[in-house]
Design a protein around this ligand. Structure first.
Ligand code: DX5
Ligand code: ZN
Length: 218
């Protein structure tokens, strides 16, 4: 359907020319720019912060989909809003006060998402569900690009699609999304497909995005 969203994860971009890379995936047809923020504490890798998000903001008008893999996250939410984030996703595992984080994201005028690592069940969403604009199911353990899709997560995607029902909530799949796995995630109910290595590897961004979109619609 036309409702398929391809979110290009710039984790796999060339960080030495990040602005150009953002412009390139925009022109290549990416719907959203997915930005992975890692702190070396919640996940075993460090990437970038609000200053970098702000620096690349002028390079595209496409929505910035900011995936926070940091703990705590609340002290930085206003900085990401000011940097130009349109939507912010926080991890259910990042702290005991998920509802507060979700409310804070919304109060800053951004769309709110909650991400689940592979070991977290969908039930973690229950009491914040009606405040969400989207749910992100991690199909790898967060921290790195280029890992293999964990197929057991398809059951979780299916269960969350059921929970969503008629609500206008996006269901995003992130990690190991390639031509072979995108159709499985789509069949299970995902409608937003995050891809880093699948978009950037080989350098043909437009071809990669078109192929991924086709796979997600098949
Ligand atoms: C991983 C990040 C992903 C990552 C996906 O922790 O959340 O967004 O960029 O990379 P690929 O698509 O290469 O698995
Ligand atoms: Zn991500």
């Amino acid at each position: 359907t036309d409702d398929i969203v391809i979110a290009a994860s710039i984790l796999s971009a060339d960080f030495a020319k990040l602005g150009e890379e953002v412009r390139a995936v925009d022109q290549a047809g990416a719907d959203w720019i997915h930005i992975d923020i890692m702190d070396g504490h919640f996940v075993p890798n460090i990437t970038m912060g609000p200053n970098v998000v702000k620096a690349i903001r002028p390079y595209t008008k496409k929505p910035f989909d900011v995936h926070l893999m940091i703990a705590p996250c609340d002290p930085y939410l206003a900085d990401f809003a000011e940097a130009g984030a349109d939507m912010v996703t926080v991890h259910a595992e990042a702290g005991p006060h998920l509802d507060r984080s979700v409310q804070l994201i919304r109060s800053l005028g951004m769309k709110a998402g909650v991400a689940l690592t592979p070991s977290t069940p969908e039930s973690a969403l229950e009491y914040v569900f009606d405040k969400l604009h989207r749910v992100l199911v991690m199909t790898v353990n967060p921290g790195f690009g280029g890992q293999s899709f964990i197929p057991e997560q398809l059951n979780k995607i299916r269960a969350i699609r059921q929970m969503i029902g008629d609500r206008p909530i996006h269901l995003e799949v992130d990690g190991g999304v390639h031509l072979q796995t995108a159709p499985l995630a789509a069949e299970a109910g995902a409608d937003v497909f995050v891809s880093g290595s699948g978009v950037f590897d080989g350098g043909d961004y437009a071809g990669n995005i078109a192929a991924l979109r086709k796979a997600a619609m098949s």
